[in-house]
Design a protein around this ligand. Structure first.
Ligand SMILES: *Cc1c(COP(=O)(O)O)cnc(C)c1O
Ligand code: SF4
Length: 357
C-alpha cells in the first residue's frame, strides 16, 4: 500500500494512539472524553508534536481543548451565512460564491488533520452542516456560468480524493472553455507530504493551457520539515505554484517571533506566503481569536521592511462579502496639495510629490 494511504489508515484519532506520541495532560484527556467532535491527525504530523509541552503549536491544532465548549462570539450556522448559501441564486451545495469571476468548489468533507481552529468546523469537524457532494452537478453549474474563470477546489481536503477522481475533476474542468485556472486548497503538503506522489504529479502537473495552483496551510515554522521541502519541490518541478494561507491563531503564531519565523521559513522551502487570515467567527474557536488589528500590527512590526519582500502575506478578514485586506496604517503620515509624507518601518520619514491627475 502507498505510504500516504497507510498514514490515513493509521490516523491518530484515539486516546490510545495519541499516547504513543505525547504525554496527554488531564485536561486534554477530559476534552477528548467529553467533547463530541471529530479529531485526529496523521502519524507523521503527530510525530512533530512536543511530547511534554501542551502549549506546543502543533499540539494545539491537533488535540481537542475544553475551551471548544465555550462560545461567545461564534455565529450559529456560520458557513451558511459566510458562503452565502441562503441567497437567491440557485447553486448546488458544492458551489460557494462570493465573487463574480471565481467560486469555491467544495468536493468533500474529510481531512488528514482535523484542525481545532477550522472555520468550516460545522461541515468538517462537527458534521452539523450536511452537503451533497455531487461533483457532476457542480461541474454542470460551472459549465453554465461563463463568467467563472477561476475554480478553487476545496473541502475538507480535496487532495485526499483518489488520483482517478482528481484526474476526472481536472479533465472535466479543463474541457470548460471559460475556465482559465484551477486552484487547490490543501493542507496535505504540511500534514501529509507523502501524498505528493509521482502519480499525483502526473495528474496535477505538466504544461497546459489551464494551470493548477495550490495553496496550503501552515501556521507555524515547526510544521515545516525536510519532507515538506521535498513535496513542494516536486510540485513546483511539475509546474504547480505553491502558496500559503495561514490563520492567525492566539497562542500559536500571534507572537512576533513565531510570526516572523513562519514567513521566513516558508520561503526556505519555496512556499510563497499568500494570505494570513483573521480567525473567523465560527462557533467553538473563540480561544484562538485575536483582535482584528493584530495581523496588521504583526506585519508592521516583524515583516514589512524587516525581512524579504517575498515573505509578506496579505492580512485579510474573510467575510460573507469577500476577503477584506487590512494593511498596517502608518505609511501615509500626511498629505497636502504638494506632497505626501511617508513613513517607513523604522519610523524614518520622507516625502514624495503629490501628482494631480
Ligand atoms: C477565498 C475565496 C475565493 C478566492 O479568493 P482569492 O482572494 O481570489 O484567493 C473565492 N471564492 C470564495 C467563496 C472564497 O471564500
Ligand atoms: S485541513 Fe482545512 S478544512 Fe480540514 S480541518 Fe484543517 S482547516 Fe478545516
Amino acid at each position: 500500500m502507498q505510504e500516504w494511504k497507510l498514514q490515513m489508515q493509521n490516523q491518530v484519532d484515539s486516546l490510545e494512539k495519541l499516547e504513543e506520541f505525547i504525554n496527554v495532560t488531564p485536561k486534554e484527556r477530559e476534552a477528548i472524553e467529553t467533547i463530541n467532535t471529530k479529531w485526529g491527525t496523521t502519524p507523521y504530523f503527530a510525530s512533530l508534536m512536543d511530547p511534554d509541552d501542551s502549549n506546543c503549536p502543533i499540539r494545539k491544532q491537533v488535540v481537542p481543548s475544553l475551551q471548544e465548549k465555550e462560545n461567545r462570539y461564534g455565529l450559529e450556522n456560520y458557513l451558511v451565512y459566510k458562503e452565502n448559501r441562503a441567497t437567491d441564486e440557485d447553486r448546488p451545495d458544492t458551489i460557494a460564491r462570493q465573487y463574480y469571476d471565481r467560486v469555491a468548489f467544495t468536493v468533500m468533507n474529510t481531512c488528514a488533520n482535523y484542525c481545532r481552529h477550522c472555520f468550516r468546523k460545522e461541515l468538517v469537524v462537527d458534521g452539523s452542516l450536511k452537503l451533497k457532494f455531487d461533483i457532476n452537478e457542480g461541474l454542470d453549474w460551472i459549465k453554465e456560468h461563463s463568467e467563472v474563470r477561476d475554480v478553487l477546489i476545496t473541502g475538507g481536503d480535496p487532495l485526499l480524493l483518489s488520483d482517478d477522481k482528481l484526474e476526472f475533476l481536472i479533465r472535466k474542468l479543463r474541457e470548460i472553455p471559460h475556465v482559465e485556472m484551477i486552484r487547490f486548497g490543501s493542507r496535505l503538503p504540511i500534514v501529509l507530504p507523502h501524498r505528493i506522489t509521482k502519480q499525483l504529479l502526473k495528474v496535477l502537473g505538466g504544461y497546459h493551457r489551464v494551470p493548477v495552483w495550490l495553496n496550503t496551510q501552515c501556521n507555524h515554522a515547526k510544521e515545516i520539515t525536510e519532507r515538506t521541502a521535498e513535496a513542494v519541490y516536486d510540485l513546483m518541478s511539475a509546474g504547480i505554484n505553491v502558496g500559503n494561507q495561514a490563520v492567525l491563531l492566539k497562542g500559536i503564531n500571534d507572537d512576533k517571533q513565531s510570526f516572523k519565523e513562519l514567513h521566513q521559513k516558508l520561503l526556505t522551502v519555496r512556499i510563497r506566503p499568500y494570505y494570513v487570515f483573521y480567525c473567523e467567527p465560527a462557533p467553538g474557536i473563540d480561544h484562538f481569536r485575536t483582535p482584528v488589528e493584530k495581523g496588521a500590527q504583526l506585519i508592521r512590526d516583524t515583516l514589512r521592511g524587516h525581512t524579504t519582500g517575498l515573505a509578506q502575506p496579505m492580512y485579510v478578514v474573510a467575510t460573507n462579502i469577500g476577503k477584506i485586506p487590512l494593511m498596517p496604517d502608518y505609511y501615509i503620515q500626511d498629505k497636502n496639495e504638494k506632497e505626501y509624507t511617508l513613513r517607513n518601518y523604522k519610523g524614518q520619514v520622507t516625502t514624495t510629490p503629490n501628482i494631480v491627475e
